[in-house]
Design a protein around this ligand. Structure first.
Ligand SMILES: Cc1cc2nc3c(=O)[nH]c(=O)nc-3n(C[C@H](O)[C@H](O)[C@H](O)COP(=O)(O)OP(=O)(O)OC[C@H]3O[C@@H](n4cnc5c(N)ncnc54)[C@H](O)[C@@H]3O)c2cc1C
Length: 419
């Protein structure tokens, strides 16, 4: 599908980056009658890829898409439901079982597994019929802070244009150019791991169960797809990643089965088929500031977390919710870039992002160690979680995106869902 675009030069808000975060933010702000420009480096691709690039959305993110009137179209493209999650370590007796029906407020699912291309297609479809002006493919050459606005030099088809807005949102992903141009440094580290992704078919169709297998060399997740297969994300060291990528399918299946362990295979049956493989570098990147003069960061541009807990996009969509809440005010409509609003956004988002980054780190670190006794301790830890309902409830609510470290983040519909 070709995206039909409208163009403008002076607006209220410019968003750089048209991934899920930038594009849904543009739609949400358009609904608040802001004049919005969306700049995207690449022409979006909506077709299914091989291997599928999938995302597990939680209940909070589903509500976000429902509010935008997009969920039915996303679900129609095929959604794998996660009704159960099993967290286990091969060779360890302890395990945690989570079930949607056991949540404090029963949920129809703990997660929804969707493909990235089909997720973006309805978003862009709505953007075409909105008032959002789009420049794509296009790139940003420079930023200039002026008296009461921010100016962006845009390059498209060898033509330079100066755009102006009260607020600039950097939603341009992990290596955010806007973050660099705004002189915002980051904290974080490269895990020296790659995530191998593939889609696999097991002997038995899944029972809407996701598995998180923690191995000392890195976690391996199985997410149920809508067609009965699983999408896997397997964190491995760089040497192992290049070996796995160069193996033929049969060799890869043998290696994957060894990593998954007998307990998982007892539930799923033998893994009989794999798609081609792809890999992603795994890193933690956390911006020192989420807001600066007339610039804010959202999504991976603000925080990139390890995909082990499947939280990156869920976290980014909560950024969108909070930014929209801050801008849905008289103050916002007077000047959306004013610092009091942007600092409020940054403050509200920092705690939730730090919580998710810390929680994810604890999972990676806690299962990464191979010191004597640590495996036993992890087994007991998982047993404790199983027998301590309030702790499990907290984990369930968090997995579902219905519990934020910052209570102010919980928006109206989430509050309704909890009531
Ligand atoms: C293997 C893997 C599995 C994952 N699984 C999950 C999961 O199950 N659940 C979950 O919630 N999250 C998951 N994540 C994380 C999730 O994919 C990201 O958090 C999410 O996609 C971030 O969205 P974004 O829009 O902020 O960034 P991106 O998706 O990176 O989008 C950024 C956009 O900006 C554009 N861009 C970049 N530079 C420029 C520029 N200079 N000018 C203009 N445009 C630019 C890019 O082309 C892109 O379209 C996973 C990540 C990985 C790697």
């Amino acid at each position: 599908m070709d995206v039909a675009v409208k163009q403008a030069t002076d607006v209220d808000i410019i968003i750089v980056g048209g991934g899920a975060i930038g594009a849904t933010l543009a739609l949400s702000l358009d609904r608040l009658n802001y004049r919005v420009i969306l700049i995207e480096l690449r022409k979006p691709v909506f077709s299914s890829s091989s291997p599928e690039r999938v995302i597990a959305l939680n209940a909070g993110s589903r509500m976000h898409f429902e509010r935008l009137g997009l969920w039915d179209a996303i679900a129609a493209a095929g959604t794998g439901l996660i009704r159960h999650i099993v967290v286990a370590e091969p060779g360890n007796q302890g395990r945690v079982d989570m079930d949607a029906a056991q949540a404090v407020r029963p949920l129809d699912a703990l997660g929804y597994v969707v493909e990235m291309g089909p997720l973006l297609e309805p978003v862009y479809h709505q953007l075409e019929s909105s008032s959002v002006a789009m420049y794509l493919p296009a790139s940003v050459q420079a930023l200039h802070l002026e008296d009461d606005c921010i100016a962006v030099d845009l390059l498209q088809d060898d033509k330079k244009t100066r755009l102006r807005a009260s607020l600039l949102v950097g939603a341009d992903g992990t290596n955010s150019q806007i973050r660099r141009m705004a002189d915002i440094n980051t904290h974080g580290w490269d895990y020296n791991r790659f995530g191998i992704v593939a889609s696999v078919r097991c002997e038995r169709a899944h029972t809407e169960t996701a598995y998180e297998c923690f191995r000392s060399s890195g976690p391996l997740a199985f997410l149920p797809l809508s067609d009965g297969r699983y999408s896997i994300v397997w964190a491995v060291q760089p040497g192992e990643a290049s070996q796995l990528l160069s193996m033929n399918d049969d060799e890869f299946l043998v290696a994957l089965q060894r990593a998954a362990g007998d307990e998982l295979l007892n539930s799923t049956g033998v893994i009989v088929e794999t798609s081609s493989r792809a890999s992603f570098p795994l890193e933690l990147t956390f911006a020192n500031r989420f807001a600066d003069s007339r610039v804010v960061l959202a999504g991976n541009a603000a925080h990139t977390v390890h995909p082990v807990a499947g939280q990156g996009m869920n976290l980014g969509l909560r950024d969108v919710e909070v930014l929209v809440e801050e801008l849905d005010s008289e103050l916002g409509h007077r000047d959306p870039g004013q610092s009091i609003l942007m600092q409020a956004y940054a403050e509200r988002r920092r705690l939730d992002s730090l919580f998710v980054a810390g929680f994810t780190e604890a999972m990676v670190d806690g299962f990464g160690g191979s010191l004597p006794g640590l495996k036993w301790l992890r087994g007991r830890g998982m047993d404790t979680m199983e027998s301590w309902p309030s702790l499990k409830d907290m984990l369930l609510l968090h997995a579902a995106g219905l519990s934020q470290a910052d209570d102010g983040v919980v928006n109206q519909s989430v509050r309704e869902a909890r009531a």
